[in-house]
Design a protein around this ligand. Structure first.
Ligand code: SDX
Length: 430
């Protein structure tokens, strides 16, 4: 019997043995659940930089090696050999599907791509210039007002249906938000198209002429979706888990995840990055922006650079960069100024001691916007596409949390540094 591993913590002269938990791979974790009860102390970790919130079997990242695995499969191998819907199956059920399992899963998702016809009315309540993420937060949250037969989180069948519904309907809702912003009619999904092609057609087809999905764009979109599908306990996934820990219905949890993803430090970085590349405009202006990014007194950061976990290349950025070259060449826009600025910015930053010392590398958001812009999307649709892609990660992690016997409502503590107890003072005496 292997000796139980423990960590010794001394608090105010008294020593405590805390269990040391060992993962399949990655750093051990000190189990501090007894610490407050035994030693009357909390731990303090703003931003949870060193704190594991759960056990998970879904995704693993090695930030130093720049590795990302979905259920143990390296992202590079999945990007080269799989597709988004097969990756969804893998993330949801833990294994790659057989041909029959894949056919059944594809049919189940495809049959759920339409939204309730009355949901069309929701869009009419928004301004045409509403950001599509604002629309998506609202409409996805409102799904719990329509799909009453899949909101009971204690019913495994309902959890499964809700998960399939969200994976299937997010592209339809995002495309509707895009169409609404342009004053064009909604385009219904089609069951004869694959997941990525269906989304592209719902975004770019118009009633007045046929729209044939380019296989190049469809493959690039499918790959972008795969690269964004899941990523351990990132901010939006942690938001979905925290919302789910209270027993909130799945649609409300994913709406909370969409809201969190919108931030420019997270999923909103792809839009912010392309806008930054446009602001830089030409290669000769790059040094000015590098200087600003290094200036402590300037809030400007290089969007698409840096990561909480990756202290080496984000493996997704490498695949995305290859895709950018491929797609822009096939679209005949490889002389794209934005791409040239991005490549030169990456080269200069990676040679600059500030970025080297702080281990700041391009992340998933650095090249994705260049591809999406070349495909014809406005920057406002970049984060909605991230949200579509991440929905499978959110629901897979949400299901895992609900099935976890250790699951309990999330409720962090705090370090109170405010006023001591004091008595109320009448206004006449202030
Ligand atoms: C995503 O968590 C995930 O997995 C997220 C994600 C996913 O798939 O879910 O990977 C998706 O959100 C990718 C990240 C997209 N965000 C951006 O590209 C925005 C720009 N990046 C930064 O805001 C920042 O790098 C974060 C938010 C991504 C990470 O921030 P951390 O981990 O809190 O790191 P930090 O802010 O403490 O930075 C460490 C140092 C700081 O300098 P010091 O205070 O130590 O002197 O690096 C500096 C920062 O000022 N720094 C940057 C920088 N990022 C960090 N300086 C210039 N430009 C940057 N981009």
């Amino acid at each position: 019997m292997a000796e139980a591993k423990t960590a010794k913590v001394t608090v105010k002269g008294k020593e405590y043995d805390l269990p040391l938990l060992s993962p399949t791979v990655g750093p051990d974790a000190i189990d501090i659940r007894k610490l407050y009860g035994e030693a009357d102390v909390f731990t303090f970790d703003p931003g949870f930089t060193s704190t594991a919130s759960c056990e998970s079997t879904i995704t693993y990242i090695d930030g130093d090696k720049g590795e990302l695995w979905y259920r143990g499969y390296p992202i590079e191998q999945l990007a080269a050999n799989s597709n988004y819907l097969e990756t969804c199956y893998l993330l949801l059920y833990g294994e790659l599907p057989s041909r029959e399992q894949m056919a059944d899963f594809h049919k189940r998702v495809t049959r759920h791509t339409m939204v309730h016809e009355q949901m069309h009315n929701f869009f009419r309540g928004f301004r045409r210039d509403a950001h599509p993420m604002a629309t998506m937060v609202g409409v996805v949250g409102a799904m719990s007002a329509f799909y009453h037969d899949s909101v009971d989180i204690n019913d495994p069948w309902q959890r499964e249906v809700a998960s399939i519904r969200m994976i299937a309907k997010l592209p339809t809702i995002a495309a509707m938000a895009y169409k609404y912003s342009m004053g064009q009619p909604f385009v219904y999904p089609r069951n004869d198209l694959d997941y990525a092609s269906n989304f592209l057609r719902m975004c770019f087809a118009v009633p007045t002429e046929d729209y044939v999905v380019s296989p190049v764009l469809s493959k690039a979109m499918d790959r972008i979706m795969m690269l964004h599908a899941d990523h351990e306990q990132n901010a939006s996934t942690s938001t979905v888990r925290l919302a789910g820990s209270s027993g909130a219905n799945p649609f409300a949890c994913v709406a909370a995840g969409i809201a969190c993803l919108w931030g420019p430090a997270h999923g909103g970085a792809n839009q912010a990055c392309l806008e930054m590349l446009r602001e830089i405009g030409t290669v000769d202006r790059i040094p000015e922006f590098i200087k600003r990014a290094k200036d402590k007194d300037d809030s400007f950061r290089l969007m698409g650079f840096g990561h909480r976990v990756y202290k080496n290349f984000d493996p997704r950025a490498k695949v995305m960069k290859e895709s950018a070259d491929e797609v822009l060449a096939l679209l005949g826009v490889d002389d794209n100024e934005t791409l040239q600025v991005a490549k030169e910015l990456e080269r200069i930053a990676l040679e600059d001691e500030y970025f080297v010392e702080k281990k700041l590398y391009p992340n998933v958001d650095f090249y994705s916007g260049i591809i999406l812009e070349a495909m014809g999307f406005p920057t406002s649709m970049f984060t909605p596409i991230f949200a579509i892609s991440r929905t499978v990660g959110w629901v897979a992690q949400w299901k895992e949390m609900l099935a976890d016997p250790q699951n309990k409502i999330g409720r962090p503590r705090q370090l109170y540094v405010g006023a001591l107890r004091r008595d109320y003072l009448a206004i006449s005496k202030r």
